[in-house]
Write a protein that binds this ligand. Structure first.
Ligand SMILES: [Zn+2]
Length: 677
């Protein structure tokens, strides 16, 4: 060989076993060959470059093999050698490119020659490539021949457009549809090819090659060929592939996705600027962004998407995707993907692509709109939960240090003793014991961190790093029944497991540790992807981003969780806080004793004042909810907040007081404020 032959020619399959990704076609063909039940005419259809012509050649080779009938050509007889890769070819296997020889004269010529017996093979095989290019007169000239061929004659029509082959011909063929090759199959094939060729292929580069090939083996190998030609000793690296194929580097996509998740407009537009400054095509960037959002949507919806092979990504990036998906949230992801998808259409042929790209990004940054009563209800639920968490502020600041301590017995005690948290926490002054290390140390998501809720602003005077707004383990325990309800809606299996074999073990930052009754339950919990389900439920109930870890805790299975969980914190509360009305009075009843306890243990200025206001706000919220419900009940209800949604970051910023916030956001009015001093 003087010059290197193209990869796809060097690796052109010689047997059906070597044809990748088409076993639905090649297996039946092999059976037909082995049983000597071969039809006289075939129609191979399918996208380009996925093995139609190659399979036609293999079929011809098997038919004419001296050892026939065989499923696979022997590769040793004269006919097999002639028809091998790089062989001289056989006079009895005739390939016709209908794109240039599809006229009626060519068809007549073929018809005359076809009647002559094969020279030195069993069959005369006509492979008619691009068969859809045969003119209808051409097909008509062939019709008689295909209808009643002499016994030595076989036809194989290969085409990308089977519907253009006239029906009378098509109905006399056996039709085998070829398909695009799945990315996973192609990736495995490329890895093997890299080993055979002795060229190092970086695992992260392969998905790019596969994507560029679009499921066609020939195109994929051409792309790889080009990359290998341009590679140095390091082989085909991700950087080389991304640069040569014009893909947006993963790092830039990560940057943008992180910025979107954090609602950080500055970072988003800086990334767009980088796209344009580095000479990348905005449209290509939008396509890649859409692809990434698609991956994230799948990861967010399917707990084990990467394990199941639904995402075509190298292993070391999987975790990153999962983190991003968790931070974004399902609804936001789907919405962002919709926005980019719609924007791509606008980008086509746009004269100012950068401007359009920036507008697309601006649209993603806008909070989504869920104007349905359900959506408003969900937002109220979330705001209220946050406020009640702050309402329990006295125990809350103390809780984190307790949790942070490595000794788990604290938990056990607080389970037994209902007034435990404040008492437990008080002996050690909360302020110095904990500048809330767990909260700070936790990889708190930017969404949570950036827009500081107004409630935080108020407690700032007491605590340098207020843990307010960040749920403590007590909050999680209190809301555990509600969380379990959510879990049950998402997946019954997980609910059964959690309600019977698990309990809340501890909470550190945003990582919730679940105690499962034995190692088997813990493994089953992890294996079944139940952790992802619980994360989703936590996010739905409490907002924010969560991580879940599972440990073995033999005490976990003793009592059914739903009845036990609410007990530790609020004995007076008969049921999980299902409705605000049921909840609010219970809170008020509970509040005085709690604060009295606090007053004994901790400086009153610190503990008593803020909760009082929170209680009042909770009442105001209840009023607001009633008003909203009335509004929603009316047809064509006025929607005070068309563009906002439950996890809208703007909901808890601005440093407004609760009254202002409620009145501005919901049109509510504070009816009365109950002091607790
Ligand atoms: Zn042979």
């Amino acid at each position: 060989m003087d010059e290197p032959m193209a990869l796809y020619r060097r690796y052109r399959p010689e047997t059906f076993a070597e044809v990748i990704g088409q076993s639905h076609v090649t297996d039946p063909l092999r059976h037909a060959l082995a049983n000597n039940r071969v039809n006289h005419a075939y129609l191979f259809s399918g996208p380009r470059g996925c093995g139609k012509t190659t399979s036609a050649r293999i079929l011809a080779r098997a038919l004419n093999c001296e050892k026939a009938p065989v499923a696979d050509p022997c590769g040793e007889c004269q006919s097999c050698l002639d028809l091998a890769r790089g062989g001289p070819g056989s006079i009895d296997v005739i390939e016709i490119d209908a794109a240039s020889h599809g006229g009626v004269d060519d068809a007549r010529d073929l018809r005359e020659r076809a009647f002559f017996a094969p020279v030195n093979s069993r069959y005369k095989v006509y492979i008619i490539d691009e068969a859809h290019m045969v003119s209808s007169q051409g097909f008509n000239a062939l019709l008689k021949l295909v209808e009643e061929p002499p016994p030595h004659l076989k036809f194989i029509f290969a085409t990308t457009e089977p519907e253009k082959v006239i029906g009378t011909i098509r109905s006399r063929t056996h039709h085998y549809p070829f398909r695009l090759v799945p990315p996973k199959t192609l990736t495995a094939y490329l890895e093997e090819l890299g080993r055979t060729e002795g060229v190092p292929l970086e695992a992260t580069a392969l998905p790019l090659v596969v994507r560029a090939g679009g499921g066609s083996v020939r195109d994929t190998l051409s792309v790889l060929d080009q990359l290998i030609a341009g590679a140095d000793d390091a082989g085909v690296t991700y950087d080389l592939a991304a640069a040569l194929l014009g893909y947006t580097p993963d790092s830039l996509l990560d940057e943008v996705i992180d910025a979107f998740a954090a609602g950080d407009g500055g970072a988003v537009f800086a990334a767009v600027d980088k796209v344009v400054e580095t000479g990348q095509d905005p449209r290509r960037f939008a396509e890649d962004l859409l692809q990434r959002l698609r991956d994230l949507v799948i990861v967010a919806n399917v707990p084990d998407a990467i394990g199941m092979g639904l995402i075509d990504i190298a292993g070391d990036r999987a975790e990153r995707l999962e983190n991003q998906a968790a931070r974004f949230g399902r609804a936001d992801l789907t919405r962002a993907a919709d926005v980019v998808s719609a924007g791509l259409t606008e980008l086509r042929g746009a004269t100012a692509p950068r401007l359009l790209l920036e507008l697309i990004c601006a649209r993603i940054l806008l909070p989504g709109a869920d104007a349905t009563p359900d959506g408003i209800q969900a937002r109220l639920d979330r705001i209220e939960r946050r406020l009640t968490m702050v309402g329990d502020a006295a125990p809350a600041p103390a809780a984190p240090p307790v949790e942070a301590a490595p000794s788990p017995p604290v938990e056990a005690r607080s389970d037994r003793d209902q007034s435990a948290p404040p008492v437990e926490a008080a002996p050690s002054p909360p302020v110095e014991a904990a500048p809330a290390p767990p909260v700070e140390a936790a990889p708190s998501p930017p969404v949570e961190a950036a827009p500081s809720p107004p409630v935080e602003a108020r407690s700032d005077r007491d605590q340098p790093a207020p843990p307010t707004g960040v749920p403590g383990v007590a909050d999680v325990r209190r809301l555990w029944p509600e969380i379990l309800d959510k879990v049950r809606v998402i997946r019954r299996f997980t609910w059964v497991m959690l309600s019977q074999n698990a309990q809340v073990h501890s909470l550190e930052g945003t990582t919730l540790t679940i105690g499962l009754v034995n190692a088997g339950a813990r493994d089953s919990f992890a294996r079944s992807g139940s952790d992802a389900i619980l994360v989703q439920a936590l996010t739905d109930v409490l907002g924010g981003t969560w991580r879940v870890e599972a440990v073995v805790d033999p005490s976990a299975g003793n009592a059914p969780a739903p009845t036990r969980a609410p007990a530790p914190q609020r004995p007076a509360e008969p049921a999980p806080p299902e409705t605000p009305r049921a909840n609010a009075p219970a809170d008020r009843d509970q509040a005085p004793p709690t604060q009295a306890d606090d007053a004994q243990q901790t400086p009153p200025t610190q503990a008593a004042a803020p909760p009082g206001r929170e209680r009042a706000s909770a009442d105001a919220i209840a009023a607001a909810r009633a008003s909203i419900r009335d509004d929603a009940a009316r047809p064509e209800a006025y929607d005070p907040d068309h563009h906002a949604r439950a996890d809208d970051p703007a909901m808890d910023n601005d440093g407004l007081s609760h009254e202002e916030l409620l009145s501005r956001t919901l049109g509510a009015q504070v009816i009365s404020e109950i002091p607790h001093d």
